[in-house]
Design a protein around this ligand. Structure first.
Ligand SMILES: [Zn+2]
Length: 663
């Protein structure tokens, strides 16, 4: 085969250019040669990894993730925790997945393959081989590097939990031996659990992918080379700096579309690459327009999208288990050819997964330990983006007369939850997958929206931009997020985060009873003195503001009927949040009260020549963490009020369709 030097020169020039604009500290440098073996449903690979010890202590052993071993047998931690099902999909027990290390050596040094040991730092399950450790012949000193040569064979499962094959569709993810993070003086390298996602260091990936020539491929990063081989295969080389993961996909049935995306303010110049399965071609525009919206929204809200490509992969129709997953500069969406236009699942998944490029891709928090920093912040962003482009009250469903916004959709599981876990917790230690999902996605998003309503939209926008700017390409923790929120808002927010991040308890304020009672003319025996003053004040614990003044005004209006109007507000949950209470009277008068919400209840009394019409706590629905809005208001004459209940009932009917998508 003839080789040309020109592509090599071009790629060298290109690499030089990229190297000068490094955004992250390059801890890892992976060079991987991967070959797809379609008949074996496997990938054979050779990996050369250079790892930098950027800590201040010598490192004597290395730890690696071997994620595919989660699918090796029915005794692994992932399979025992999940019961062999993930997001409604079952593992096909005729197609186990695993990763074999065929050779492991320090470059220029001895093979250490025989030294590999599997460890189980989280649960001690000896059947779990998703983490390995290797002791080095000599330690890696601070600021020194070590280069490793690793030959491996990855057998893919039938699509399950994000990766695998379905017929000739391949989603090759979590597929290579991946070094853990040496963080805070020790290895942070968790096992692969049912509820965990990932954590890794930033660096450079250069991956050569060889597939039969009829396959269309997509991969993380930018394609810098493409070669046809004499054996009927093609080799594609992808390169990307400042990322912490690499995934790719291959399928002969993909149709590829490339379209530039450019915007000013902030400046973004990237290429959108859509790999859509030919069965879904009718949804090409839905995908692309949602992706454009996503790039625009996240760039404007948090910071310009900095990479030169973004690849959207539409999995094969029966490979939905690979859908709705994020990788740096590449993500998988999800659709069904029959999905009506007004059900915005495709749009929501596209925006959500693109958004992870920010809250996972660029801000590299530890998803094993603090998943809300990724899923919660991203769901918050998704709700706002969906509202902007598709309408706040209809951003999930606007179909057949039914309108449901993403916010209402996200509130449903929080309202229905058993409150067994706080938001902040190791992902594998949640009571269940449902509790993990509800807390880290929806409840965390509602927490941030509640904070936004409390601090104001502008302050919150500053917090989010500052957090992104300060922590992109680094590993922040929840404390770092709280510190930014406090610094930008200039407020102590520990009361807020201590309650809502760390407690599983509920927030629920309600109107208790309301009543208006006519004050009768005096009857019975009175001391003269008291009679001269007018009506006798009620005894009891009432401390109503301005009640005396109200009474006097009321008394001045001779011979009119006077009512004692009473509103009781209740704190029914353990959690405390300041509340506004709107009280309406018959004659149109409105009073807005502010309550710190601390006591279990609060009484408001008004003497008026007219009666109460209604009372409502949190009338603008600012406190989105309040798990029950239907008890937030009361009318004197009951009306058909529970609009929320109707919307929710209809929404539950759509839950089955919606749950086909994972995100
Ligand atoms: Zn997500």
């Amino acid at each position: 085969m003839k080789k040309s030097i020109i592509p090599v020169l071009i790629s060298l020039l290109f690499l030089g250019q990229l190297a000068s604009a490094s955004m992250s500290e390059h801890i890892v440098n992976y060079k991987i040669k991967a070959k797809l073996l379609p008949d074996e449903k496997a990938v054979s690979g050779q990996e050369v990894l250079t790892w930098l010890n950027n800590s201040d202590r010598p490192v004597e052993e290395l730890q690696f993730h071997l994620y595919l071993n989660a699918f090796k047998n029915n005794k692994t931690t992932f399979i025992t925790e999940s019961g062999g099902a993930h997001r409604g999909f079952k593992l096909d027990k005729k197609n186990w997945g695993y990763i074999n290390i065929e050779r492991f050596a320090v470059a220029g040094g001895p093979a250490l393959t025989g030294e590999i040991e599997y460890i189980q730092p989280d649960d001690g399950n000896e059947y779990d081989q998703t983490v390995m450790r290797v002791e080095l012949p000599e330690p890696v000193l601070p600021q020194q590097t070590v280069t490793l040569e690793i030959d491996f064979y990855s057998k893919l499962p039938k699509v399950f939990a994000r990766s695998g094959f379905y017929e000739d569709f391949f989603m090759v993810a979590q597929w290579f031996p991946k070094i853990g993070v040496f963080w805070k003086g020790e290895w942070n390298c968790h096992q692969y659990h049912n509820n965990t996602e990932f954590f890794a260091d930033y660096g450079v990936y250069e991956v050569e992918i060889t597939v039969p020539e009829e396959y269309v491929i997509g991969a993380t990063g930018k394609r810098i080379k493409e070669t046809s081989n004499s054996d009927g295969t093609k080799t594609y080389t992808h390169y990307q700096e400042d990322i912490h993961e690499f995934a790719w996909t291959a399928c002969p049935d993909f149709v590829e579309f490339r379209e530039p995306f450019r915007m000013e303010n902030p400046h973004v110049d990237t290429e959108m690459i859509l790999l859509i399965h030919r069965m879904h071609l009718n949804h090409k525009e839905r995908y692309l327009s949602a992706l454009k919206n996503g790039i625009e929204f996240y760039s404007q809200s948090y910071g310009a999208y900095p990479y030169q490509t973004i690849t959207l992969v539409d999995p094969a129709p029966k490979a939905t288990g690979a859908g709705g997953m994020e990788y740096p500069t590449l993500f998988t969406g999800g659709t069904m050819w029959w999905l009506p236009k007004g059900i915005y699942m495709t749009e929501m998944v596209t925006i959500h997964e693109f958004g992870h490029g920010y809250w996972y891709g660029m801000v590299g928090s530890n998803e094993f330990e603090e998943a809300w920093l990724d899923e919660g912040i991203n769901t918050y962003s998704e709700i706002k983006a969906m509202a902007k482009y598709y309408g706040e009250d209809r951003s999930m469903i606007n179909w057949g007369g039914l309108k449901i916004g993403d916010l209402v959709y996200q509130r449903a599981p929080v309202m229905a939850s058993s409150r067994l876990d706080p938001i902040l917790k190791n992902s594998w230690e949640f009571y269940s997958g449902g509790s993990y999902g509800m807390n880290t996605y929806a409840k965390a998003a509602l927490m941030l929206l509640t904070l936004e309503n409390y601090l104001g939209e502008n302050v919150m926008a500053d917090i989010m931009r500052t957090y992104f700017e300060r922590w992109k390409f680094k590993h922040p923790t929840s404390e770092d997020f709280v510190a930014v929120a406090e610094e930008v808002s200039g407020q102590d927010l520990s009361w807020f985060f201590d309650q809502f991040l760390k407690s599983p308890n509920k927030l629920d304020y309600a109107i208790g009873r309301i009543r208006s009672e006519e004050i009768e003319d005096p009857e019975g025996i009175f001391d003269d003195e008291l009679r001269a003053e007018g009506q006798k004040a009620e005894k009891g614990e009432q401390e109503e503001k301005g009640a005396d003044k109200d009474k006097q005004e009321a008394n001045n209006q001779d011979k009119e009927k006077i009512y004692r109007n009473e509103v009781m507000v209740l704190r029914k949950g353990e959690l405390i949040f300041p509340q506004e209470i709107l009280i309406r009277f018959d004659e149109g008068e409105e009073v807005m009260e502010k309550w710190d919400g601390r006591e279990r209840w609060k009484r408001y009394v008004y003497f008026r020549p007219y009666k109460l019409e209604s009372a409502q706590v949190d009338p603008e629905y600012k406190v989105l963490l309040d798990i029950n809005f239907t008890n937030n208001s009361r009318l004197m004459k009951p009306n058909k009020l529970p609009v929320w209940k109707h919307a929710l009932r209809l929404m539950f009917q759509f839950q089955n369709i919606l749950s086909l998508f994972s995100f």
